[in-house]
Write a new protein. Structure first.
Length: 52
């Protein structure tokens, strides 16, 4: 298996060069769903935020 990560040396350590993929913009109905979950289903909202 080939490792496709690149690293930068900082002192004696190698730090991986990681990037975060931007999430697609949220539409009107996505914002409405988020607000509903945040206000009425906080346990599900927190689970989705923490695991997705």
């Amino acid at each position: 298996m080939e490792n496709k990560l690149t690293y930068t040396k900082v002192g004696d350590y190698y730090i991986p060069n990681l990037t975060i993929k931007p999430s697609p913009p949220m539409g009107k109905y996505g914002r409405m769903r988020r607000d509903y979950l945040r206000d009425h289903r906080p346990a599900l909202y927190n689970r989705l935020i923490l695991h997705e």
